[in-house]
Ligand binder design. Structure first.
Ligand code: NAI
Length: 365
């Protein structure tokens, strides 16, 4: 399907499952457990976090949670994280995070962006795989996209020129592009998908997306075993929605906004936002979170699907090399979903409450 397929893979390293190069260097405590920072989040956040905690306790995962408050502080007009939360993440090097709501058009800046900037979480890894036993019009979806996480359209530089005319700056820098693109190559090698696809709109944004594409060409020279190709965003959208199997053995990498939108599109292919996990990778710190938001329409009603946060936590366990626990929880979640509508939440055409689903996962461990 790809034009300009430049290189073919030769020797591919085994899938390490550790999300190298953002590898985990945290230490166990004397009691043999790791401490993980927990940001429960807004809306459905506390409900789905509770499900994760109950399942982890039942699975005897060697983790102690350290809950932190991330209520935004305004310091000198700038949205800031409370210091104890920053200290906790810096100490533990890993966090699991529920969704955080952002006011629209006014109020504090996004705490999601503040977290990503504070810890320089430069790459957002968003895998999307069909869940066996849950039918959608698309079979065997297995995509992964890596979203630049710190700048682009989300740089937050906006101003009014004259009333009725506003300007929003899309910032693309070579260092940030290089970092996320290099990560995409490393990731592609580690998961044995030796093809990187840069998704862009350099036909229109010749300088900004052009720089992203040019940087990929340069970085690609360091990875002779990984092929590199380029595709326009609108084309990728059409092709993904038409036949996602074309993207099975490929790692997509793209600027911030495109990654945000394309990952929701990918979620739709497998059954919705309740299923899709993600990892925000930095140099040393990593924060794992669901792709979805705080779902205010169902918050507090016991209807939320905790799967996306659970699968994000499974990514976290693999990053921490706790692979046996990851496999066990992953299998129990998938078995529960496959067991039918009585054990699935409403977003998956089921009738189960969050609590019922959680109990079923525990019984399937
Ligand atoms: P949303 O993802 O919260 O909800 C979209 C739709 O999906 C809703 O119908 C919701 O009920 C459903 N949904 C989402 N997660 C679900 C789950 N686990 N189980 C069952 N149904 C689920 O998106 P929306 O409404 O646009 O955003 C709500 C708030 O979340 C906003 O303040 C937004 O800024 C924030 N947000 C936060 C994110 C984060 O913390 N990473 C990501 C996206 C949005």
């Amino acid at each position: 399907m790809f034009r300009q397929l430049t290189r073919r893979s030769a020797v591919i390293p085994q899938f390490t499952r550790s999300y190298i190069p953002g590898q985990f260097t945290g230490a166990k405590k004397a009691n043999g457990k790791y401490t993980v920072t927990l940001i429960e989040g807004d809306g459905i956040g506390p409900e789905i976090s509770e499900a994760v905690k109950e399942i982890y306790a039942a699975a005897d995962v060697p983790i102690e949670w350290e809950p932190v408050d991330v209520t935004p502080l305004l310091i000198d007009g700038k949205t800031t994280l409370p210091q104890p939360a920053v200290d906790s993440v810096n100490k533990n090097l890993v966090a699991l995070k529920g969704p955080l709501a952002t006011p629209v058009g006014k109020g504090h800046s996004s705490m999601n962006l503040t977290l990503r900037r504070t810890f320089n979480l430069f790459a957002n890894v968003r895998p999307c795989q069909s869940v066996q036993g849950f039918e959608t019009p698309y079979k065997n979806v297995d995509t992964v996209l890596i979203r630049e996480n710190t700048e682009g359209e989300y740089s937050g530089i906006e101003h009014t020129i004259v009333p009725g005319v506003v300007q929003s700056i899309k910032l693309i820098t070579k260092p940030a592009s290089e970092k996320v693109i290099r990560y995409a190559f490393e990731y592609a090698k580690s998961v044995n998908k030796p093809h990187v696809l840069v998704v862009h709109k350099a036909s229109i944004m010749k300088l900004s997306d052009g720089l992203f594409v040019e940087t990929a060409k340069e970085v690609g020279k360091e990875y002779p075993d990984v092929s590199l190709d380029y595709e326009l965003l609108d084309n990728t959208s059409l092709k993904l929605a038409s036949d996602p199997s074309d993207y099975k053995n490929i790692v997509m990498v793209m600027p911030n906004l495109y990654g945000d939108i394309m990952s929701d599109l990918s979620s739709g292919l497998i059954g919705g936002l309740g299923l899709t996990p993600s990892a925000n990778m930095g140099n040393t710190v990593s924060i794992f979170e669901a792709v979805h938001g705080s779902a205010p329409d169902i918050a507090g009603k016991g209807l939320a699907n905790p799967t996306a946060l659970l699968l994000s936590s499974v990514m976290m366990l693999r990053h921490m090399s706790l692979n046996d626990y990851a496999d066990k929880i992953d299998a129990a979640v998938k078995k529960t979903i496959a067991s039918g509508p009585a054990n699935r939440t409403g977003d998956l055409r089921g009738t189960a409450s969050t609590q019922h689903f959680t109990a079923q996962v525990i019984s399937n461990l």
